[in-house]
Ligand binder design. Sequence first.
Ligand SMILES: [Zn+2]
Length: 92
Amino acid sequence: MRPDCPRCGLHFEREQGYWLGAMTLNFAVTEAMFVVVLVATMAITWPDVPWGTLLIAVLATNVIVPLVFYPISKTIWVGLERGVRSRLDFAG
Ligand SMILES: [Zn+2]
């Protein structure tokens, strides 16, 4: 990831620990996907749940989703932070 926006020059990592919000967002989305895969597979295949296949599927979910969602979570976090900051600047 570039340290600054190539269009407007915004420095992305504004302070140490800035990406903690993006990490939290990434974790929340990953665990939500984990629950969706787990519950949907169990609901569809009940009572003959393929536990071995399901284990592989949820493990793959917990590896693939955070890798794929990593850049998206950073983009969303910068957007959220900029949006809240602009509102605070406007109010203050
Ligand atoms: Zn920019």
